[in-house]
Ligand binder design. Sequence first.
Ligand code: ADP
Ligand code: GLC
Length: 481
Amino acid sequence: MRVLFATSEVAPLIKTGGLADVSAALPAALHRMGVDVRILLPGYPQVLKALPHLQVAAKISIQSSFPAARLLAGSLPNGILLLVIECSELYERGGGAYQDEHGLDWPDNALRFGLLSKIAALLSCADSPLDWKPDIVHCNDWQTGLTPAYLHFSDGAIPCVMTVHNLAFQGVFPSQTVAELALPAECFQPDGVEFYGSLSFMKAGLYYADHITTVSPSYANEIQTDALGFGLQGLLAYRREVLTGILNGIDTTEWNPATDPNLAHPYDDTDINGKSFNKRELQKRMGLRIDPDLPLFGLVSRFTHQKGVDLVLEIAPQLIAIPAQLVLLGNGDVEMQRTALELSHHYSGQISAYVGFDEALSHLIVAGADIFLMPSRFEPCGLSQMYSQRYGTPPVVHATGGLIDTVLDSNVATLEQGVASGFVFHSMDTSSLLATARRAAMAYHDKKTWRALQHNCMIKDFGWNQSATAYHDIYMHLMRR
Ligand code: ADP
Ligand code: GLC
């Protein structure tokens, strides 16, 4: 089986969040199952710099507003084959994958990800410029949402799967973009790509894909509701027969406390003492008072409303009064960044914040903190709460999406059954979060309970095998149709 996996980010080359991790780990898991998978990715400067030996595989010139491009072939550090779209006009510039240095969306994002979508479709049709022909094209989020639409209007198209990693981002552009991106005018209607008078990349994907998946079973239900459907709940409910929630896995090689090069000291479930050296190192590096006994809360997150970081900032003074310490790593919302730094300054030694994106520090926080905070308002899947469990750092989470599917609240019954793996709160407000953080801190001081909880977390299987098999089953089903 041959699969083209189209995505806008892949770790470690270019990453803004969990999509990059999944785009590296899922293809790798499929490859281990014998699938011939190739990732299609825009040639951002970070990608071209990290992979200097890419070979030209094809020249591509598409009519309409798309600039000429070349397709380069190579492989990721993990050996997975990669097709990179080289198009200097659209991709080779400073800033990030979606935004400029000031955090503003690139004004030509429709064209940038229209080209990604268009080339994914081109490689999946009868007139592909490559000898390698996929059996399935797997699209991810709005950036590849137009692929199913292009395929619908092409000859000899193969089946396509559309995975929703986050419905909050939809790629909505003015109506004239339809013509600029060479989409047939007839698709611009409610039964098509039109969304309240605009073009929606996400809606296009959801409308035309042969199968839709999302990244946890709970989120698959939630996106069919008014509360979390972001206007697309009707379409998703209508297509529920072809909508499947498949929980993400994690890369257990990349995220392994026994071999993680970012840690001060390796450890595993049989030798948890090593974890305390990481706590000490984290306290030292972040300027916190060195104290092995105070519970240390950690947070690594995009600073956005979705992640509930505002709630953590609001309760921070009460959190450290438990008593406890708090370490924050993240970037995004300017106001949240400012508040985090102010808290860090004002409560120096007890709260420490680093504003920025730092992969190595994120690993040290997951290892060195005692309790991980993830109070997301909504969470399609969430990876960090799985990383933290694997590192023996039980998470405090809001009962939503993938968080409910991966964390079991610690109570008498779940502890007795040996399945408790964190602390869950149900009402999205500061008092519930604080009460649950207090409950976690109390449990932390009960050494026997805490050790049992850490053990439950660390032995859980978060690997990709089961989920990759679920994707494989969907591919097989589509190929047989
Ligand atoms: P999302 O994709 O919505 O941001 P996930 O939990 O799925 O949420 O994935 C987030 C990923 O991004 C994790 O690997 C997390 O460690 C990482 N991450 C988020 N913010 C930062 C940061 N500031 N520095 C380093 N890693 C970060
Ligand atoms: C999105 C979601 C996150 C998920 C990730 C990978 O960024 O916000 O919950 O884990 O995609 O699927």
